[in-house]
Design a protein around this ligand. Sequence first.
Ligand SMILES: C[S@@+](CC[C@H](N)C(=O)[O-])C[C@H]1O[C@@H](n2cnc3c(N)ncnc32)[C@H](O)[C@@H]1O
Length: 230
Amino acid sequence: MGIFSNMRKPKGKLGNIQLKSMNKEHTPLALWNLKHLDIKPDDIVLDVGCGGGININRMAEKAKKVYGVDYSIESVKLSREVNRDLIGQGKVEVLEGDVQSLPFEDNTFDIITAFETVYFWPNIEKSFGEVKRVLKTGGTFMMGMESNGSDNIPMKISKKLIDMEVYSDDELTGFLKANDYSNITVYLRDAKNREEIIKANGEVKRIKDDYDHASFSDKFLEWMTITAEK
Ligand SMILES: C[S@@+](CC[C@H](N)C(=O)[O-])C[C@H]1O[C@@H](n2cnc3c(N)ncnc32)[C@H](O)[C@@H]1O
């Protein structure tokens, strides 16, 4: 198990350090992903592959209740620590579980999020089906990642170091369609031109993206957000 491949399922002390670092380093991307999600005060939210738990914390500011689930016990522990007060207030719960078999009833959540985790999911098509099972009808599934499938240099390096799969927006859209999700919208950040490309209903739009990019390395990463409805 190398330093980088530990990110697939963080373990031990090293896993704890990596998760804390991801809580910080993924912040610019996560806030950009969250820009595309309308969280309402009555919403029950699930964050799959919740890692260090900071996104649970962010979403709990807006939602009625936020659940986190992760198959790494190290992630579950840190997410519980980061959200200790909200857990005490009954606003957050964090469970150990795999996306292939989520520990929830059918039709439970208004919103399900997946930040920087889809690369690691086995059998994506089946996993998206499992997400749909626990999503309410009309609910939204949102995934965010710092790649748009293009085989650029940072991604070539990441794929070599980290045991991960990088999908294009077309591939992910295909897996969503295979599960009969509707209203699929893809948001791609064109960092070079400071634009956002929005793909929806067979149309492609470009808008100005004046999002303030916080870190140097983010300038080279191709961010993507995809939202889809059950
Ligand atoms: C790169 S980390 C991202 C963590 C966090 N979402 C973030 O944005 O910082 C990937 C997380 O997904 C979790 N994960 C990977 N495969 C999973 C699966 N099959 N089921 C549940 N969690 C999974 C890992 O344990 C890890 O905590």
